[in-house]
Write a protein that binds this ligand. Structure first.
Ligand code: SF4
Length: 401
């Protein structure tokens, strides 16, 4: 962590006055303008706006209303913005309101229409040599990492890092390598555990996180669904066939830090900025393809030139806000709500091995960004409450404008 503080601009959803200049949209515009002014965008630069456009019925992504404003602001630089995400999300984005007409710019699949337009990036992590990064990222000159902050089953939290770490790669890399890294540590000893024992464990897991492959004699854990309730370890206590290695959970977060760093290495730091929307913050990620109640109250928008600073500030603000207890999914039986334990809401929800700060720490250790930040509030409610509104003139008759 550097002693120098990185700037994080914050716009609250709260307003100080009923006036357009005090609205959340005005804050999004102002923060976007500040960041564009701090970013080196040349005429005709191709500007990739990396978003998560959701899936099926998952409508709680960044509203197209804000996306269009950001796109319009970027166009004024003389650059050519386009939105990019995985091919499936791009293809059915129209169902969630994202089209070239509504967003104001093209929407391009990050790795081509067949998910095969990729560029290999070398890594050397837990037996994986390389990852297939979306070729469109390599083609772009400028990157806007436009993210929706929410919970995530596999790592507790999804925001600016997750948007690049998983969303920046082809489907096979995303699932087989980045998610697949959690499966590297051995956690089932078939010599010790009989098929009957395995089936008993499968039936006992309250979250359906275990599956038994009879043909191979393998017990398979879905790390996304596992909430580390330790029931399987308790049942297995006298047999010793099962392990729950914490390293498998953190390996996924370290892999996300590595894949994010590789995306960022393809851009000059001066040509990147980050926006996180802290609204409709749900328990699970936008990939779930379904609506969920907000688990944290709406907070606002954050913008920064530093991915570590924005992610740290996002998580800190979410922690300060706290869980809306009545919106915890009813099948989450063992959420630790003890106020005497200093836990992040996403750790309470997704389990002790899914610390949402973990991937941020890994990425900071790799020299990308600084967790020491200064939060600068833009158009704070206290400030707008004192501002004089322009003289309002009411329309005498209905108009289209
Ligand atoms: S720790 Fe709990 S949730 Fe995870 S696999 Fe074991 S029983 Fe299932």
């Amino acid at each position: 962590m550097s002693f120098e503080k990185s700037k994080v601009y914050f716009g609250s959803v709260q307003h100080g006055k009923i006036a357009l200049f005090a609205s959340f949209a005005a804050k999004v515009e102002k923060i976007t303008e500040i960041l564009i002014n701090q970013t080196e965008i040349e005429e005709k630069d191709k500007i990739a706006i990396k978003m998560h456009l959701g899936y099926y019925d998952g409508y709680q992504t960044i509203p197209v209303f804000f996306v269009r404003r950001i796109v319009e602001a970027l166009k004024k630089t003389g650059g050519y913005p386009f939105i990019t995400d995985n091919p499936t999300a791009v293809y059915n984005a129209v169902n969630r309101g994202y089209t070239q007409e509504t967003c104001g710019c093209p929407i391009i699949p990050i790795a081509g229409v067949k998910d095969g337009y990729t560029t290999p990036v070398e890594i050397n992590f837990r037996g994986f040599d390389s990852l297939e990064m979306g070729g469109v990222l390599k083609d772009a000159d400028v990157l806007v990492d436009l993210s929706h902050a929410k919970g995530h089953g596999a790592c507790g939290y999804g925001g600016a890092i997750k948007n690049l770490a998983l969303g920046g790669y082809s489907g096979s890399t995303r699932w087989r390598k980045i998610h697949g890294v959690a499966q590297i540590d051995k956690y089932w000893d078939k010599e010790k555990g009989s098929p009957e024992h395995a089936k008993k464990l499968v039936d006992a897991c309250p979250y359906g996180a275990l599956h038994y492959n009879e043909e191979k004699g393998d017990l398979i854990r879905n790390y996304h669904n596992c909430r580390q309730c330790f029931t399987c370890l308790e049942i297995d206590h006298d047999i010793g066939a099962v392990k729950l290695p914490k390293e498998s959970y953190t390996a996924f977060q370290e892999m996300m830090a590595i894949s994010t760093k590789k995306v960022l290495e393809t851009f000059k730091p001066k040509k990147v900025f980050y926006l996180n929307f802290l609204i409709q913050i749900t328990t699970f990620c936008d990939c779930m393809g379904m609506g969920q109640p907000s688990i944290i109250n709406d907070i606002g928008v954050l913008g920064s030139k530093d991915i570590i600073a924005i992610e740290t500030a996002t998580l800190d603000l979410i922690k300060k806000e706290g869980i809306i207890e009545k919106n915890i999914p009813p099948y989450f039986k063992d959420v630790n709500l003890n106020p005497n334990e200093d836990l992040h809401p996403f750790t309470r929800l997704h389990g002790p091995y899914k610390d949402p700060y973990e991937s941020v720490r890994f990425l900071e250790k790799m020299g990308v960004g600084n967790s020491n930040y200064e939060l600068i509030e833009i158009l704070a409610p206290e400030e707008t409450a004192e501002m004089k509104p322009p003289k309002m003139e009411f329309e005498g008759e209905p108009t289209f404008f």
